[in-house]
Structure formats: C-alpha cells, structure tokens
Write a new protein. Sequence first.
Length: 508
Amino acid sequence: MLIRSRIVGARSVAGRIAVVSAAVALLASAVGFSAPPAAAGLVSGFSNPERTVLQTNVPVDADPGDVGKAVLTVPVTLQAGQTRRISDQLTVTVTQGTEVENFLECIDWAGDHDLGVNAGGHPQEQNSGTNYLTSMGHLTMHGSLLFTAPFTGTFLCQVRAHADAGSLTALAAPSPGGTWLEVDNFTSDAPLWWQTDTCDTTGRDPHCIFLGLPLGHEKNHPVTTTLFEHDGWIAAPDATMADVVAHMQITSCHYDTGSCPEREWGDFHEPGYAKIRTHLDFIQLDPRNAPCHVTSTPDTEYTISDDVHHLLVDYAPPPVMISATCGGSRRFVLHVVVSWAGGNPVKIDAGSVYTFRSATNANVIVRRVVPTTSVPPVIGVDEGEVAGHLAGSGLVVGTVTRVASPFRAGIVIDQNSPAGTVEPTGSPVNLTISLGPAVTVPDLGGDTAAQATRELTAVGLFTRIQQTARCIAPGQVIGQTPSAGTSVAPGSTVTITIDSGTSGILCR
C-alpha cells in the first residue's frame, strides 16, 4: 500500500526547512508558477477556480526515503479559518517498473507550524499512488483536499511527485492533460470532507474493507460495499449548485501480496487480475430522508492487474443542482458503491491511524450562490392570485398538481417548499390545487347516450362515447368506465359504451 506515515506536521525541523527552502527557490526561479487567470475568484455568485499550470517539464529521480519532489508550488493567501479546495493533476512519463505517487499538500511559508490536520478534522496533505509498468508511458493522477488556514498568512500549496524506483518526468502543458494545481471554493458556504476509516499497510487493521472471494472463503464474504454513507452534508440556503469529487485507491489481493493478510489472498491459480465495478451517487433527501434528487456517475468496470496492484479511481460527477423543492430539505448523503466483479479479492486503501489521511476520500464545495428569500404561506390562496404572492417574495410557481379534496375548487391546499423556508431567490414553489370535493360516478346502465350525458354533466363530469354492436340493448349504455359508485375528481371523463346493434343484419 502506498500511503505513507509521514505528514507535514511530523517532519523534522531540518526536513521542514529544506522543503520550504526548495519551494521558495522554485518560486524565485519562476519554474512551475504563473499568475492566476483574471476570471478566477467569485464572479456574480459563481466560484471560478484559479488554475496554475506547469510551464516546464520537471525530471524526478527515484528516492525511496522521501515524499517526492515539488514540481509545482503556488502561494495561497488566506484569512484564519478560510477554506479552499486544493486540487491537482499530475501527468508524468515513467520508466518501466516505477511506483508513482502524487502528493498534494499546503505548508506554512515560514515552515514552523504544524498543519497536519485542520480544525475540521481533515488532513492538510493527501497522497495516492500506483505501480506503472509501461515503458515511457503517460500516467495522469488526481488529488484534492480541503485546506483551512490555521492563521492569517500565505501558504505554499504544492504538487509533489515521487518515484520509489526508476524515474519520472512531470509534464508541462500542452502535453496531454499536463500538470496543474487548482484553488477553488470562493464562496463562504461550508464544504465537507469524507474519508474511509483507517487501514494499515498490511491490511490487518479491523477497519479494512475487503471484497471478493478469497481462497477457502467462497461463501458469506461481501462482494459490495458503500463508502461514506453515514455522514451527511447540508447545503446552505443560498447554494444552488455544488461540486463533489471523490478518489479511491484499491488494491488487488493476489496470492502472496504483502498488502493483504493471507486469509484474503486470491487463489494461486487465479488469472492475475481483479475486476471491480463502481459508481458515485450524491443524493439530496426530503424531510423523510427519502431520495428527492440524485446525481450519479456511470457504473464503470475496472481491471486491476497483479503488476499494477494499486488502482486509482477518480469520480467527477456533473454539477450538482441543489433542488429547492425537496420539502425544504437541503441535506445530502454521498454513496460510493464498489462491487467485486471477479478475479482476485480487493482491499479499499485508506490511511493509517498515524497519518490522519486516506487515499480514499471525497469532498464537496458550493459552486454557486444567490440571494435568498423566505417562502410565504400560500395555502388557502386562490389559484389566480398565488403567482403574485410568490413573485412578491422573488419566487415563481413550479409544478402544479390538481387533486380532489374537501376544499373548494381553485385554492392552494399544499405547497413545497413549506412556508418560512429560506430558499434562493427565483426558486420554484410546487403547488397542489383543489379540484373540489370528489364526485361519485352515477349508474348509467340502460341509459341512452343523451340521458347518460345529461346525468354526467349534472355532477360535473364529462362524457366519452364509444360504440359496439352487441345486440343486447340496442341504443343503450351496456358498459361504463369508471364503474358506478367510483369517486373521481370533478371534471373527470367517464367513458360509456353504447350498443350500436339493431334487429337487422348487424345482429346476425
């Protein structure tokens, strides 16, 4: 497993000074640094990320004992308590047999503060890695973290590349994908961080998650798990769009692998791979905790060869639109579903108890905010007046549902969101409008078409006539839908069937 036990706050003073000195030297030479784009920041309520791209290729030699080489460093100035999402893309060419790691971290410029874990309990550094065996191939890796400034000042956020063997080169733009670092979340709305429980390098931690059928355990072994499902996020009232990303590092427990206990190994005769399927669901819940709106990624199958061993999976769903019509609820839950699909068993990689970080993690930020308003009470308001009532609060009429009810026709009998809910200005409010008391369908059997029509009109129902030649009761009603005695909404249509047969040739 590629999670390391060293974080920024645990380094020696000499090591920390060396890291910061290297970063400052990198800035001084302008390698890997460029000014942020003019459109970055919060523009008209929309959070635009600041992306800094690597300008020159950076070679990285193997160093098994270090946490990598800083290939891109960006200064970020924050007030105490401010949070930013820091994301990266590391694109490298590698020599055959290289184990590659992508470190993403933010450190104090002065180098004398412990930034290991922020006030929200999530780490200030992330890393993930994989083995890569294709000679001089391209590999792209991603990471993200939520960095919260422990004090007011300037911090150095870095992309660090590491190779345990062989060598690699971090590629600058415009190479395919390139290498970049991105700073986001310029709204004041609170983000949220998820990560899996600890799991040590050998997989003996009781929190480790294994999927599949190891040798000798063909029954009652889990093949599917859902990650992060126990913690929820509540969007602020002014949020209309969110952005969620997730990362998973997963290991193949092939025979004789040191990353998994022997009881979880695959059969020696397995074909040398593991297969998984996985997808992400970000679910907005209604007040009863039932799904109201779901944003998902496609369910995708991945193959993990024994040589690659550690597979990196990134989840980047489309923008999450925050619904204003979930009964006033703005609560979300995150589900990352992982299913074993064959071959060797697998282990979900996570951080150790000493690192406070996991290679399997997720975070959400608010992407767009707008002014808010309070939803007025409109129950009991006439249909013709309700749009004006809502417009006075900066809201619009949403979906209208009409139902029979004991209340007079044309008045609002329910609204979603409820009165008093704080919602973004311009949000729709769904309405339920009364059709009046239910009507009992009369018994029309034996009536003529004209008689049946008069009876239905008298109780506020419409008539649909169809004919069939049965010669049972020519000219009369021989069937009706709905049947007699059924309660229906006012204005409903009743279909009657008239016997069109006669005593003539049509009845022979």
